[in-house]
Design a binder for this molecule. Structure first.
Ligand code: SF4
Ligand code: SF4
Ligand code: SF4
Length: 269
């Protein structure tokens, strides 16, 4: 299902985030199917950046507080949509919030949950839950953008804490998050890393959106694509290059499926 196109500027102005009236924006955090690691990163950020905490009113954040109010301007949503009952809840969030930001790969891409994309769901349920599988309300794992219009994305699994801090500061100044459109390889080269592909690793940095500072290859771990594809990702070129280096197809396709199964399906449709 295609979500309607977002109208971020109109919403931002309506929201008064940048109108200088002195009122603190009311912010809420929500989670759907996820490991909650992105929310933990937010908690970590707020502990070290008290200026952010003082600049907003957090009115709902299950991970961090028990108070809860339903009047908010900005909603950060973590997690993928996997159950029919998720949809009305997400739509209510969209109705209330002037700005909805997808927080992390689960909300942005469907996340690791979407690795089951393209498989028979009954077989998946049986494999995971055995005979009890039929009693679980679960279905296709989708990014929140498949159900509602989303105004911005903070990608990654988990999100990058510096990018989150920059994004919140931008929102407070009336700017939506804009993750880079160039690939991780650019950041990797800027860090003067030796390319892992030369050592037979399946690294997806050439097709993956940058913004994480190429943290994985910097620590000698191949990029797994958690920030999603760049707009002009050359998947055919990546596959051809890895094949020319005698890397077997299966690990390449497995790496591509970990975070990118839905984006791949869209490209191949
Ligand atoms: S994106 Fe990764 S860290 Fe964030 S909630 Fe999903 S699985 Fe957890
Ligand atoms: S290690 Fe990965 S991210 Fe770094 S240059 Fe090579 S392919 Fe690109
Ligand atoms: S290097 Fe790749 S897998 Fe690692 S954080 Fe960056 S985008 Fe995600």
């Amino acid at each position: 299902m295609n979500a309607p196109a977002p109208t971020p500027h109109a919403k931002k102005e309506d929201a008064g985030v940048a109108d200088g009236n002195g009122a603190k924006p009311r912010v809420a955090f929500f989670d759907f199917a996820s490991c909650e690691g992105c929310q933990l990163t937010v908690v970590d950020c707020l502990q070290t950046h008290l200026d952010l905490l003082q600049a907003v009113d957090i009115v709902q954040f299950r991970e961090a507080m028990s108070e809860r109010e339903d009047d908010y301007l900005i909603a950060f949503v973590e997690g993928s949509v996997t159950r029919p009952s998720d949809e009305p809840r997400l739509q209510d969030i969209r109705k209330q919030a002037a700005i909805v930001i997808a927080l992390g790969a689960c909300a942005h891409l469907g996340g690791v949950n979407a690795v089951r994309h393209g498989w028979d769901l009954d077989a998946v349920r049986k494999t995971v839950y055995g005979d009890a599988g039929q009693t679980y309300e679960t279905g296709e794992a989708r990014p929140i953008g498949a159900v509602i219009a989303v105004d911005g994305v903070i990608p990654g699994c988990p999100i990058d804490r510096e990018e989150f801090i920059r994004s919140v500061r931008g929102l407070l100044q009336g700017r939506l998050p804009h993750p880079p459109e160039y690939p991780v390889c650019v950041e990797c080269k800027l860090r003067e890393n030796e390319c892992l592909v030369l050592h037979g690793e399946v690294c997806l940095g050439s097709v993956t959106r940058a913004g994480c500072g190429a943290i994985c290859p910097t620590y000698q771990t191949a990029c797994e694509g958690c920030r999603g594809l760049t707009p002009d990702a050359n998947l055919a070129g990546l596959r051809a290059d890895l094949a020319a280096r005698d890397l077997p197809t299966e690990p390449v396709e497995a790496a591509l499926r970990l975070f990118l199964s839905r984006e791949l399906a869209q490209q191949e449709a």
